[in-house]
Design a protein around this ligand. Structure first.
Ligand code: A2P
Ligand code: 11C
Length: 337
């Protein structure tokens, strides 16, 4: 059976990857529709070698669509997912708009595939934040074995997480600085080239950023456990691939050898942990890949049962597009049939 698919935000950084993932994974697509803002009308993209014109996103864009992949910002998701669902499409939404809604499942197929059943309530499935996805993929096998009580995570996030405009900003600022010209910043509050910004998204009243609170709250929802998470999220001058330093405390001890054994066979994970040979996960190796790379596994002997890990994934792929297409695959295999 073939499914009619709409990609909302088809011209964006994540939308472009969604289109590539549908092609690469040979998702059984019948009709495809590319939607974006009125600014992109006139652009013609390709799907499986055939031209597809970009159409303006409207409330009546979803007639006959089975699955709508949304990545056009939270405001668009909030406004248009209900119309898409009403027209009979299942929305897989990459924004933060619906993630914490108790009637919307928040799904990482390697971690909580059973939760997808909840899509029926609103016709919406939420794709988690990129930083959360890669962390829970790495932690789920450790949690199943040793029960994680607390997580301390610091992130090193690529500019592509902000979208195409931020990719341009890092590129331009790097050129300007190397050529002795004063760099301009429009997307970020400060210069990102040759700098690190300890702010991702806006600040909440508690002093944390929204990105940090997403990691706290989404982790609990996806892992279905009262895990205490504290996060510091930092934007770094990297184009593709988020890196994370993750410290965990578990109820049961997990030795380094056991952690390696658990991660070696874990779905969606590639163990890259051979420090003697200089082998560890790096953003440049994760870019363009779908697996979450895990390495630098060390016991944290400052607490009873502690482990340190370094976790890296392509934020546009496993952190966004690939996870969304995996959800679509699960949906058609298990539910829509
Ligand atoms: P457009 O290219 O027409 O602006 P990115 O994350 O790379 O910034 O991309 C954001 C995506 O969301 C783009 O595809 C963009 O389309 C789309 N988008 C932004 N604003 C709107 C809007 N008002 N209506 C529909 N799509 C939008
Ligand atoms: C970033 N994690 O890297 C963000 C992008 O909640 O989906 C995704 C924001 C979100 O900037």
């Amino acid at each position: 059976k073939l499914w009619n698919v709409a990609v909302v935000g088809a011209t964006g950084a994540v939308g472009t990857q969604m289109i590539e993932c549908l092609e690469e994974r040979k998702f059984p697509v019948g009709k495809i529709k590319f939607l974006a803002s009125v600014r992109s009308v006139g652009q013609v993209l390709e799907f499986n070698g055939k031209p597809v014109p970009v159409e303006e996103l409207k409330h009546d864009s979803f007639e006959g669509i089975d699955i709508a992949l949304f990545s056009a910002g939270g405001a668009r998701s909030e406004e248009f997912c209900p119309s898409a669902a009403k027209a009979g499409a299942v929305c897989i939404d990459n924004s933060s708009a619906w993630r914490m809604d108790p009637e919307v499942p928040l799904v990482v197929p390697e971690v909580n595939p059973h939760a997808l059943a909840g899509y029926r309530k609103k016709g919406i499935v939420a794709n988690p934040n990129c930083s959360t996805i890669q962390m829970v993929v790495a932690l789920k096998p450790l949690h199943d074995f040793g029960s994680i009580k607390r997580i301390v995570v610091s992130t090193y996030q690529a500019v592509s997480g902000t979208g195409n405009k931020a990719i341009d900003e890092l590129r331009k600022q790097t050129g300007e600085l190397l050529n002795g010209r004063p760099p301009k910043n429009e997307v970020y509050p400060h210069r990102i080239a040759f700098n690190c910004l300890p702010q991702i998204d806006s600040f909440c009243d508690n002093g944390y950023t929204k990105e940090e609170m997403k990691m706290v709250n989404e982790t609990r929802k996806i892992m279905e456990a009262e895990i205490k998470t504290t996060a510091t999220c930092v934007r770094v001058p990297v184009f593709y691939g988020h890196s994370e330093s993750v410290n965990i405390e578990t109820a049961k001890k997990i030795t380094v050898a056991k952690a390696r054994e658990l991660l070696e066979d874990a779905p969606g994970v590639e163990l890259v942990d051979n420090p003697a040979n200089g082998e560890y996960p790096m953003a440049m190796d994760a870019a363009g890949e779908d697996l979450t790379l895990v390495g630098r596994i060390r016991e944290d002997d400052t607490v009873a049962n502690g482990l340190n890990l370094w976790v890296v994934a392509d934020n546009l792929r496993k952190g966004a597009a690939t996870n969304a297409v995996q959800i679509a695959e699960l949906l058609v295999e298990e539910y829509l049939k």
